[in-house]
Design a protein. Structure first.
Length: 294
C-alpha cells in the first residue's frame, strides 16, 4: 500500500485501517474459503433476515472478501449489491471472485462506512456479518448507514455476544494464556464484542435513526478448518500476537497446547467450537436519523 492509496478514515478508526491493510488484512485475504467456512452457520440466518428481493439495492458493510455481497447480488437479480470495506487486500479478492462468477450487479469500494459519502436513500437493505462492531463511533457509523437507506429500509447484522459465551475465543485464549483471559478492553473500545450487551446495542441503533430493533440469539458451531492440520497454521498466524511477549520456549508450548486443543475439537464437519452471536434486525425510521457518539 502506498501513500497515494490511502483513503479518508474517521477519527478512531486509524488502527483498524492499519490492521486491515497490513498483516491482518493480508492473512484474511489469503484464506477467504477458510474464514467464510468458519461462520457458515451464521450466513444463512443473516441472509434470511435481510429478506433481499429481486429488485433490492443492497449495502454490505465490512464486506471483507465479499461472500455476503455476492450472495446478495444473486438474490437481487434485477438490483445491485455494493460491498464496502477498509481492506484493499480483501476488496481485491472480492472483485476478482465476483468477476469470475459473472456477477455484474456486484460492486465493491474501499472505504470507511462510518463517513463514506453514500448517496442518500440509495439502498433498500444494509447488512453486515461480524464487522459492524469495530466502528470507533458506533452512533455516527449507523447514522451514516441509516442515511444511505430509504425510509423503512432494512438492517440485518450478525454480531458476537460476550467473549465468555464464545467458546472459540475463550478456549483458544485459555490454551495460549492459561490462568485467565486477556485484560478486558474498555467498554467503548472497537472489539469483536462491542454489541454483546443487547440493551446497549439497541440503544446505539435507536440513537442512529433505526426502529423496530430486534435481537435474536444464535448458538451454533464455528469451524476452524477441516481438521487440526489445516486449522493450526492459520490460527497460529491469526492469534500469534497473544504469545508474542513470551519467551520462545513458552510461546512454542502455548502453540502446542492450541494444536492439541484443535485436535480435541475435530468432528466429522470440521474443527468445531461453540459460538454465540446476535442476529440483529431493524428498520430505518421514517424521520431523519439522529447523531452523536457512543
Amino acid at each position: 500500500m502506498t501513500t497515494s492509496d490511502r483513503i479518508e478514515v474517521a477519527a478512531g478508526n486509524e488502527e483498524q485501517y492499519a490492521a486491515w491493510n497490513g498483516d491482518e488484512g493480508e492473512q484474511w485475504a489469503a484464506h477467504p474459503e477458510f474464514y467464510d467456512a468458519s461462520v457458515r452457520n451464521l450466513q444463512k440466518p443473516l441472509m434470511e433476515a435481510a429478506g433481499i428481493g429481486p429488485d433490492d439495492r443492497v449495502l454490505d458493510v465490512g464486506c471483507g472478501n465479499g461472500q455476503c455481497t455476492r450472495q446478495a447480488a444473486r438474490r437481487a437479480v434485477d438490483g445491485t449489491a455494493l460491498g464496502i470495506d477498509l481492506s484493499q487486500q480483501m476488496i481485491r479478492v472480492a472483485e476478482a471472485v465476483a468477476h469470475r462468477e459473472g456477477l455484474a450487479n456486484a460492486g465493491f469500494v474501499v472505504g470507511d462506512a462510518q463517513i463514506y459519502p453514500f448517496p442518500p436513500a440509495a439502498f433498500d437493505v444494509a447488512l453486515s456479518r461480524t464487522s459492524a462492531m469495530f466502528f470507533a463511533d458506533q452512533v455516527a457509523a449507523f447514522t451514516n448507514i441509516a442515511r444511505a437507506l430509504r425510509p423503512g429500509g432494512r438492517l440485518a447484522l450478525v454480531s458476537w455476544r460476550s467473549a465468555g459465551e464464545n467458546e472459540w475465543i475463550s478456549a483458544l485464549s485459555q490454551a495460549l494464556r492459561p490462568g485467565g483471559p486477556p485484560p478486558a478492553p474498555p467498554e467503548d473500545a472497537p472489539t469483536p464484542f462491542r454489541h454483546a450487551d443487547p440493551d446497549r446495542a439497541a440503544a446505539i441503533l435507536t440513537a442512529a435513526g433505526f426502529e423496530a430493533v430486534r435481537m435474536e440469539t444464535l448458538d451454533v458451531p464455528m469451524y476452524f478448518g477441516r481438521d487440526a492440520e489445516e486449522g493450526f497454521p492459520i490460527l497460529r498466524d491469526l492469534l500469534g500476537w497473544m504469545v508474542r511477549d513470551l519467551e520462545p520456549a513458552a510461546a512454542d508450548q502455548a502453540l502446542d497446547r492450541m494444536r492439541v486443543l484443535l485436535g480435541e475439537h475435530e468432528t466429522a464437519d470440521g474443527v468445531a467450537f461453540g459460538c454465540a452471536a446476535w442476529l440483529i434486525t431493524a428498520r430505518r425510521a421514517p424521520t431523519s436519523p439522529g447523531g452523536g457518539g457512543a
